[in-house]
Ligand binder design. Structure first.
Ligand SMILES: [Zn+2]
Length: 315
């Protein structure tokens, strides 16, 4: 069954499609900070003005969903620009929805790009105050939902965030907005380049008090269960390649819950760097890693390779 390309095609168990991919988009409010992210070759921070071009190219490649990250012009301890009426993500959602009705728009709901200290929540005495943070996440999710977001994606690993956001959405009569929860997010060192893109590096300390220990897998099942019970419509494992066993375990334990995996910035940049040096074949390695993430059990993959991979699959 391996002798010819046709036989191998027949025998193939996992097939990638552009519809598997979720394309991350970074929208900056301050025009002067738009441009390429040097630690993530090929990734560009764009403005509201250039969003239409980006959406056109996403659509032409057959990608069906995008994940929006907003980078506000001003950062404050209370993250006010995360949920103001004019917040950059809500304006981006409105613009995308006015251009194209065929895309699912998912928005990142976390405070770290909006706080001056770069942590994912409100800080009290140098620690994240979990419960004070929940209220702000609820406000942020409602702002995104009102602008037309299909799914909100809380990424801060606060306890009770899914229930708090579901409650806030329902109170605001945003019943149709779903929640894609970053249920299983590890305190990983693979996130480095992302923090350049989203300007979300913590000014002090680290995220080990709220993100998961990379050594734990059973804890992932507990986290997934909690978020499903709190009302998550889909859950996520992040990062992907170093956590394929976790993706598989979560899928096996919760087979009926849609599962996303996030191929994070470090995974992307390693492949790009090795490709640029001629050490690896970028296209083949990228497609192999995406295939392995899907094979492990992910139903959708958030990846910076989305546009390239969609183009390679079409070719
Ligand atoms: Zn965060």
């Amino acid at each position: 069954m391996r002798n010819t390309p046709a036989l191998r095609e027949l025998r193939r168990e996992t097939r990638l499609s552009p519809a598997d991919f979720i394309h991350p988009i970074f929208v900056v409010e301050d025009r002067s900070t738009a441009g390429p992210v040097s630690s993530m070759p090929g990734v560009v921070r764009i403005t509201l003005d250039t969003l239409d071009r980006e959406i056109e190219s996403v659509n032409s490649l057959g990608i069906r969903s995008v994940l929006l990250f907003g980078i506000p012009a001003t950062k404050r301890p209370d993250a006010a620009s995360a949920f103001s009426n004019e917040n950059v993500v809500s304006r981006s959602v409105e613009k995308i929805k006015s251009i194209s009705d065929r895309l699912a728009v998912i928005t990142d709901v976390c405070l770290c790009s909006y706080t001056d200290h770069g942590h994912c929540g409100v800080i009290r005495e140098e620690k994240v105050d979990n419960d004070a943070t929940l209220e702000l996440l609820g406000k942020m999710a409602v702002a995104h939902a009102r602008s037309g977001a299909d799914l909100v994606a809380p990424s801060g690993m606060m306890d009770g965030m899914v229930a708090a956001i579901r409650g806030a959405l329902d109170s605001a009569k945003c019943h149709d907005t779903g929640i894609l929860s970053y249920a299983v997010k590890y305190a990983s060192s693979f996130y480095g380049p992302f923090r350049d893109a989203a300007e979300s590096a913590p000014a002090f300390g680290d995220r080990h008090s709220y993100q998961m220990d990379p050594a734990n897998a059973l804890e992932a099942l507990a986290e997934a269960r909690l978020d499903i019970e709190e009302g998550a419509d889909a859950i996520m494992v992040k990062p992907a390649i170093a956590y394929l066993d976790v993706i598989r375990r979560v899928k096996d334990n919760f087979p009926d819950v849609p599962l996303a995996a996030y191929q994070v910035s470090g995974e992307y940049s390693m492949i790009k760097a090795a490709g640029a040096n001629g050490w690896l074949d970028e296209k083949k390695v990228a497609l192999e890693s995406l295939t392995s993430i899907k094979r492990a059990g992910a139903n959708m993959i958030i990846t910076y390779f989305a546009k390239d991979a969609a183009a390679w699959l079409q070719a």
